[in-house]
Design a binder for this molecule. Structure first.
Ligand SMILES: Cc1ncc(C[n+]2csc(CCOP(=O)(O)OP(=O)(O)O)c2C)c(N)n1
Ligand SMILES: [Mg+2]
Length: 662
């Protein structure tokens, strides 16, 4: 990416640099169009909880840069070559939306826009950064991770048909994880634009159909004006809860050709309104507050609740007001890990005693009250008279076919169809009003605080089992990392499921950017690129991004390491190298044991060994600092220290840790 550090602007570049001004002159409203209203101005009044929630929402686009409107700069189309192609206009639309990054594996169905981004978008303000990937799945997963830190979409574009097919699993992950992505693919609508046989193979009359079941919205705009409107609409829908990926199929002719009629006919950039997410209906919020205030044992289960920093703060406020325990599914950074009311390890026991259960954006509302055993028998484990209330935006946008909604939750008493984070300010206000001045729940809070301390002590005791073992134990790997980052502004940009959640059990984390949650749809091949996208978003804040990636996950798309090195994105990858698809080993062991056939041969199906892969050498071959394979746990801490020094200089690094299954 270093290309734009010393731009050779030249005549075309100079003219391009002037281009934004040219469009601004043609469309005076453009500079103001995507500038959000002053913080605090809301759809229903400038004060109160709604305004406070909106003020802290980092999802809104950045204000457009000031633009010049000098006469010289309006001459965009003077000279021998055209300077106002459709791709340039599209580039301006993207950056008007606050999009800063664009990831792509190149393909000629989008070269008109790709060239415009490289030769115009990267050289003029506000600069776009184009990142080259080695698999379309990596482009999408990078956008997935980026959005979880940045709180807004990154753009990617993939080749028609073949690129769309490659991208699809990562799109499904993002869809199931309710994460916004601004995606584009090409399409040559006219046969004259398909000169060769391959061009026909790489075209589809309805390319987005392939992923329509798991994208939030798509369109195939038929003119530049239409592109502008659909692009703004795609961003808007992606960022309206439930968030999700949206897709535009963009005609090659429109990307490549001059703007019909020349620069003066450049279409305007449509205005993006500030989005106000739906909050719960006032009467229902009052009723829920009453249930929570009266409850003896309320339990809050937070799933994809905290979209932003503000969401985490609000959940802390609700929990502390009620002294109610919070069980965090870890799909988002919902709640501080060492908060005394953080009770995730005790979720089963707490739900069993609960009289009111509040599920915030639950991915599996059925699971709030029911468990299925391995034989498929369902058991309701909450008390018969326990009340279950959910606040969820997901059911405002249901789709068929893919089964991401989980089993029908007949256990739910009230389903508040609203965004949980947007509803929390009203719920807190109402709980406080109904509670009055006196805090009636202090004893409950103290009991939970003690349970939290007990869990922490138990986790510390358990962590030392096998401390000096080789392969290296999970708690040892996690703690060696934590000891080296705890003084920094760190961000764990991977999931912790495959590390048995040791970070949640032992680390202190109280900031929204310190953890990004999981895959969404458990599609492997997500961790390595999604971590990188999140690290990209962390880069401008100077945060230390660290990531655990599986050896299996890494081998789904090792080319991500080259993108990390090439783009110089600071991140520390620890490869949890258990030399196998260990999740599948565990599952197959259950089957083999059920059939009394032993587990000795399962490595044949699930091992990644013989030969062992040297991930450190692999990373080095792509220009990345690396160490390992590390087998002796005593070598791990010093290696991490050295790698972090590299990361702090702005480079990626990887350590291959030969480690236990879980
Ligand atoms: C695309 C895809 N293929 C297959 C699976 C099934 N699967 C789930 S976990 C897993 C193993 C992943 O290996 P690794 O990343 O090394 O993690 P480990 O379980 O070894 O810790 C596999 C293959 C999946 N979830 N997604
Ligand atoms: Mg593995």
């Amino acid at each position: 990416m270093a290309d734009d550090a010393a731009p050779k602007v030249g005549r075309r570049g100079f003219l391009k640099g002037a281009a934004l001004g040219g469009i601004a002159a043609a469309t005076p409203a453009i500079a103001a169009a995507q500038t959000p209203p002053p913080a605090g101005q809301s759809g229903t009044g400038a004060t109160g909880p709604r305004a406070a929630a909106a003020a802290a929402d980092r999802s809104q686009p950045r204000p457009a840069q000031p633009v010049s409107t000098s006469a010289e700069q309006t001459n965009r189309d003077e000279g021998a070559t055209y300077t106002t192609c459709g791709g340039d206009y599209m580039t301006d639309v993207l950056r008007s939306l606050g999009i800063e990054y664009f990831a792509a594996t190149p393909g000629n169905t989008f070269m008109g826009l790709h060239e415009a981004i490289v030769n115009y978008g990267m050289l003029t303000q506000p600069k776009l950064r184009s990142l080259t990937t080695m698999h379309e799945e990596a482009s999408v997963a990078m956008c997935h991770g980026y959005a979880k830190i940045a709180g807004k979409p990154m753009a990617c574009m993939f080749h028609t048909t073949v690129g769309t097919m490659h991208a699809s699993m990562a799109v499904y992950n993002a869809y199931a994880d309710r994460v916004p992505i601004f995606m584009m693919t090409g399409v040559a609508l006219q046969e004259e634009r398909r000169p060769g046989g391959v061009d026909w193979l790489h075209d589809a009359t309805d390319g987005p159909a392939l992923m329509r079941d798991f994208t939030k919205w798509d369109d195939t705009p038929a003119s530049l004006t239409h592109f502008g409107e659909s692009a703004v609409r795609a961003w808007k829908f992606a960022m309206t809860p439930p968030y999700g990926p949206t897709l535009l199929a963009v005609d090659t002719q429109m990307q490549e050709d001059e703007i019909p009629g020349g620069a003066s006919k450049t279409p305007p950039i449509p205005k993006l309104p500030r989005i106000v997410p739906p909050s719960g209906e006032a009467g229902a919020v009052r009723e829920l507050a009453g249930m929570l205030v009266k409850a003896q044992n309320p339990v809050i289960v937070a799933d994809r609740c905290a979209r932003t920093t503000e969401g985490l703060k609000l959940l802390v406020e609700l929990a502390e007001t009620l002294n109610a325990p919070v069980c965090d599914t870890t799909n988002r950074m919902n709640f501080p890990w060492r908060h005394p009311l953080s009770q995730s390890p005790r979720q089963g026991a707490l739900l069993g005693q609960a009289d009111v259960i509040l599920g915030l954006e639950p991915g599996d509302p059925f699971g709030l009250a029911n468990r299925k055993d391995r034989e498929g028998n369902v058991r309701r484990f909450v008390k018969p008279d326990a009340k279950v209330v959910t606040i969820s935006s997901v059911e405002l946008y249901p789709k068929g076919n893919y089964q991401d909604l989980q089993r029908y939750p007949s256990n739910v008493d009230m389903a508040m169809e609203a965004d949980a984070q947007a509803t929390l300010p009203f719920l807190i206000e109402e709980v406080k009003r109904q509670m009055g001045a006196k805090n009636q729940f202090e004893a409950r809070g103290q009991a939970h605080a003690k349970a939290h301390r007990d869990d922490l002590e138990a986790a510390k005791r358990n962590a030392v089992f096998g401390w000096d073992d080789s392969p290296i134990s999970m708690p040892r790997m996690c703690q060696e990392l934590y000891e080296n980052i705890k003084g920094d502004d760190w961000s764990l940009v991977s999931d912790t499921n495959f590390q048995s959640r040791w970070p949640q059990k032992l680390w202190h984390a109280d900031k929204h950017h310190q953890f990004i949650g999981g895959h969404g749809a458990a599609g492997i091949g997500y961790l390595t690129p999604a971590s990188l996208g999140a690290a990209l978003a962390n880069q401008e804040h100077g945060r230390l991004s660290v990531s655990f990636i599986g050896d299996g996950d890494l081998m789904f798309g090792p080319g991500v390491l080259w993108t990390a090195a090439h783009e110089r994105i600071p991140i520390l990858y620890l490869v949890h190298n258990n030399r196998g698809y260990h999740m599948e080993i565990m599952q197959m062991q259950v089957i083999a044991n059920r059939r009394n056939r032993g587990i000795d041969r399962l490595g044949i199906a699930c091992g990644i060994d013989n030969p062992n892969i040297n991930y450190s050498m692999m990373a080095k071959s792509m220009g990345m600092y690396s160490e390992g394979p590390i087998e002796n746990p005593k070598d791990l801490g010093p290696a991490i220290k050295r790698a972090i020094a590299v990361v702090k200089k702005g480079e990626p690094a990887l350590i291959d840790v030969v480690s236990q299954g879980r």
